[in-house]
Design a protein around this ligand. Structure first.
Ligand SMILES: Nc1ncnc2c1ncn2[C@@H]1O[C@H](COP(=O)(O)OP(=O)(O)OP(=O)(O)O)[C@@H](O)[C@H]1O
Length: 269
């Protein structure tokens, strides 16, 4: 099994492609749970996709198939035109739980990726300082995670991820543990970082307003076994400012429509 895919193996291919994918979990006592059924989704390079759906429908499962942690029972998942196979250095992650190392300073946390890949220490630390500044943490490089607020730790996580220049970024409710104000700041931060680096993002969230505010397209999943219910084009202009976009009449209209779709799923189950 190869662990690293050839870079830009298929230049014209979508960044991520789910082709009629179903996934069934079989538990130790033989019970089957269908988490995803006939799911297709194509993510263009540079596109920001959000996935919303009721609890337990299979949102995280889709991300786990992009990383290769889970394999579809039926159908195909491809990254940059190639089947998912092993660890792909082009993919970055930010999840709800902080992935920062508690025993490392902010600087060493942010430098971890480049150092791991063999970059010279001086160069890696300089690059890390650059990213620490970029996420608004200048002066905190010697702090340890326990000395930071939840929002600041999230900034470390973003710097730690973006320093690796991911071509694909998978985010699973990354800001859901934050208070509303910090969350809004982090959403702005994410959009800035994304627009300056140009990767593709899949952002899983329970918060449909967050999905509408951030994404180019919102994929609505049905209750389990999840199928794709509808896809919404979010034609709000960019750059978007989180504290303002929520008052845009088009934002309100789209949010209402998507909520009506989602509510049907939540009501039934
Ligand atoms: N390893 C596993 N073995 C068996 N069932 C699993 C496994 N992982 C997930 N499931 C089941 O598959 C379904 C989808 O789970 P998943 O975590 O993808 O949902 P989700 O939409 O991300 O949920 P939430 O919104 O609550 O985070 C759930 O019913 C879950 O219990």
């Amino acid at each position: 099994m190869s662990t690293v895919l050839p870079l830009n193996a298929a230049p014209g291919a979508p960044a991520i492609d789910f082709d009629n994918v179903s996934l069934r979990f079989i538990s130790a006592d033989g019970d089957a749970t269908v988490a995803l059924r006939n799911f297709s989704m194509s993510v263009v390079r540079g596109e920001f996709i959000a996935i919303v759906g009721p609890t337990g429908c299979g949102k995280s499962t889709t991300l786990n198939m992009v990383t290769g942690l889970l394999k579809p029972t039926v159908g195909k998942v491809q990254v940059m035109g190639q089947p998912v196979d092993g660890i792909d250095p082009r993919i970055g992650f930010v999840f709800q739980a902080d992935a920062v190392f508690p025993w490392r300073s902010v600087l060493m946390n942010v430098a971890a990726g480049p150092l791991f890949r063999g970059m010279a220490k001086k160069e890696a630390l300089e690059l890390a300082q650059h990213w620490i500044q970029k996420v608004g943490l200048a002066g905190f490089d010697k702090h340890y995670p326990h000395q930071l607020s939840g929002g600041m730790r999230k900034r470390v996580a973003l710097a730690q991820t973006f320093i690796n220049k991911p071509e694909i970024l998978l985010m699973d409710e990354p800001f859901s543990a934050l208070d509303m104000q910090t969350r809004t700041l982090m959403q702005d931060e994410l959009l800035k970082l994304w627009s300056s680096t140009g990767g593709s993002v899949i952002f899983v969230t329970h918060d449909l307003e967050e999905a509408v505010a951030l994404a180019d397209r919102v994929f609505v999943l049905s209750a389990r076994p999840a199928t794709l219910k509808r896809v919404y084009e979010i034609d709000l202009p960019r750059p978007r400012v989180m504290s303002e976009v929520r008052y845009d009449p088009r934002f309100i209209e789209l949010s209402k429509r998507i909520w009506a779709d989602l509510r049907e799923e939540v009501d039934i189950h």
